[in-house]
Ligand binder design. Structure first.
Ligand code: CA
Length: 73
């Protein structure tokens, strides 16, 4: 599977379960689990520190697209 901007956006809307245009901790955790990545809370926290650049507590679409290549490297 080739990961493109389009795919990242699709995954974003899948991961955004409460449809508030941002990915919260629990949503990111569930998403990683669905990708069989066996996440732990330390990893989720690390991703937030790195990619939630405006510190809103949510990963917005733009931040998400920067994060995806790292997750699927
Ligand atoms: Ca959300």
């Amino acid at each position: 599977m080739k990961y493109s901007q389009e795919v990242f956006e699709k995954l974003f809307y899948e991961a955004d379960m409460d449809k508030n245009d941002g990915i919260e901790y629990t949503e990111l955790y569930s998403f990683l689990k669905k990708q069989n990545m066996n996440p732990d809370l330390a990893l989720v926290r690390k991703l937030f520190q790195q990619f939630d650049k405006d510190g809103s507590g949510k990963i917005e679409l733009k931040e998400w697209c920067e994060m995806m290549p790292q997750i699927f490297q």
